[in-house]
Design a protein around this ligand. Sequence first.
Ligand code: OSB
Ligand code: MG
Length: 373
Amino acid sequence: MRIESVELKQVQLELTAPFTTSFGTTLRRPCIITAVHAEGETGLGECVAFDGPWYSYETTTTAWHVMSDFLIPRLLEANIAEPEDVWSLFAPIRGHNMAKAALEMACWDLIARCRGVSLASLLGGTRERVPVGVSVGIQPSPDALVETVGHFLDDGYGRIKLKIAPGADVEFVTAVREAYPSALVQVDANSAYTLADTNTLQQMDHLDLLLIEQPLSPDDIVDHAWLQRELNTPICLDESIHSPDDARHALDLGSCRIINIKPGRVGGHNQSREIHNLCLSRGAPVWCGGMLETNVGRAHNVALASLPGFSLPGDISASSRYYAQDIAGPGFSLNDDSTLSVPTGPGIGVELEHGIAWDRSATFRAQHHVSVS
Ligand code: OSB
Ligand code: MG
């Protein structure tokens, strides 16, 4: 298959509520949507980079640059037989996994649509519904957190993730545990701690948590191995895992027992599936993380999470949790059993809305493609 053209479009969306993590508060999110065209079909992807380098070094500006100047030219020159070819095509370019994933995932959607199958089935998914939870930002006080968590439990979320940071940790999580003794709770530090905080993190061991996500530095797997030996609660790595090799090293070293797979962070579906397969063969559970995606990114995450090794609930909440006005639909709603249904139509099963006022857009055309009107 020859890709005929690629479009990049960017828009800023307002979250329904501010989202606070150890690296700051997000109110608005710039979203880059990718559209790849061939054989009369369009595949959609989403770039999960934020406006600044807080979660990783990538930003919307670096992603736009790397896609425009390096990745799209390669894509427009290639002949793609299988979706797996796209990752190989991008492999000579170092890093920039979010930029790569935005295009690689659009190609998976495109190929699924051309073959008339759902993305979930093209990836090898086995579930019709995927279990999900909700990621709750840092709140001003333990009481406020208990109240916010109560609303999400009322909404039907069967698993709660609490963002933590020094000063908003043991006391906050203890309040939630006391208010909701049987709730499934996990925490995410987004790299806010060091080994000097081992004592604080050990206090979490008494709170019956599913896991502690990314307590230490974003690229570390050595100190995490030391910390895991001091904790009973499983460590789950997010920021530290960029590739299947990182996942293998972390499991070999004992740096974590669980891995959060975000396709944007690891370069797309091919690499996500490799990490999934490795973890499945090692008996390590994985779950699908989230990056406050629009319905485009969410549809990709839902399809990925339908693979058999995704045995823990993902950070893939209902569409209403994120944006009042999404750019794509249909949206996802929470089923009674705290799951989202996996779309069965061709590709990701989601289309862009008409009439979106994009802040910027660009179209790239292949030299080989001659338009006939
Ligand atoms: O660390 O998992 C994270 C959002 C932005 C950046 C990093 C993270 C998150 C979340 C939100 O936890 C998950 C979601 O999309 O619901
Ligand atoms: Mg995380």
